[in-house]
Design a protein around this ligand. Structure first.
Ligand SMILES: CCCCCCCCCCCCCCCC(=O)SCCNC(=O)CCNC(=O)[C@H](O)C(C)(C)COP(=O)(O)OP(=O)(O)OC[C@H]1O[C@@H](n2cnc3c(N)ncnc32)[C@H](O)[C@@H]1OP(=O)(O)O
Length: 226
């Protein structure tokens, strides 16, 4: 998670829409490539040819690239897009991606439907425990932010109740309680037979951010967490 205390450069909603239309299908195509890489059974000569083609594409993309990570380069107003984020990033093919939306009636409650394929496997046919943790960290953090209490993960406790099958899943998060700059959130991964992994975490608005807000006298506008 990069934390940017300054407002990143903004682009217009029209430019944001244009960039989304460009990059979302491109990123999805690379996700498909990853899945195909894992599952293909083509002959060795085809693999070698495909490797050369992929390397050529990579070289073409590297002709112009950023120095570091993506951060929150794109956005407008308070709707900045964490396009590099490993869970929700629109430009990150590693991201499943998760698309949390407001749901339910608990504070900050957000849900996301997601389909996890071969790229997220741990035990055969099952989701890797670290991947469940990844999704839950994000959805609990998003719930805290949706409740207007954003923070960084101070701790995240997980209980793996039963194995999580690869395939369609729902991830849910909500705020349990908060005290000032500390917000406790809960959530779970739900499979076809009910919840599989439960999470409870503490999200803290860091001291530096609290001090920044105090200087700005702007308690309603937390700094960007992307
Ligand atoms: C409408 C929809 C909008 C949606 C819009 C989406 C927006 C976007 C969503 C982003 C969703 C991101 C979801 C991924 C979230 C990551 O992945 S974050 C990355 C992983 N986490 C980290 O790297 C954090 C690393 N740790 C730190 O930076 C610092 O230790 C912390 C946790 C920020 C705390 O720092 P601090 O505030 O400077 O420290 P400090 O003042 O000592 O502690 C503050 C309080 O927290 C308590 N505390 C700190 N750590 C702990 C702990 N481990 N256990 C218990 N208490 C603790 C302290 O005791 C203290 O309590 P009080 O005495 O104030 O009551």
């Amino acid at each position: 998670m990069s934390v940017n205390p300054d407002r990143p450069a903004e682009i217009t909603p029209e430019e944001l829409a244009a960039q989304t239309a460009l990059y979302a299908p491109f990123t999805q195509a690379v996700r498909e490539l990853v899945d195909a890489t894992i599952r293909t059974t083509v002959d060795p000569a085809t693999i070698r040819t495909a490797q050369a083609e992929v390397e050529a594409i990579t070289a073409r993309l590297r002709e112009e690239q950023l120095e570091g990570s993506l951060g929150a380069h794109f956005g407008h107003g308070r709707a900045r897009q964490p396009w590099g984020n490993t869970v929700v990033g629109l430009r990150n093919p590693v991201a499943p991606p998760l698309r949390p939306v407001p749901a339910g009636d608990r504070e900050g409650e957000v849900h996301a439907e997601v389909v996890l394929g071969a790229a997220y496997e741990g035990p055969p046919g099952l989701v890797h425990g670290g991947v469940s943790s990844l999704l839950l960290d994000q959805i609990l953090g998003t719930a805290a932010a949706a409740a207007g209490k954003p923070g960084m993960t101070a701790y995240l406790n997980l209980t793996y109740r039963r194995p999580t099958p690869l395939g369609p899943l729902r991830v849910e998060g909500w705020v349990d309680r908060s005290e000032g700059h500390k917000t406790w959130a809960r959530g779970h991964v739900v499979g076809p037979d009910g919840p599989t992994v439960e999470a409870e975490g503490l999200f803290v608005l860091p001291r530096w951010a609290r001090e920044l807000l105090a200087r700005r006298g702007d308690a309603e506008a937390p700094p960007a967490f992307e």
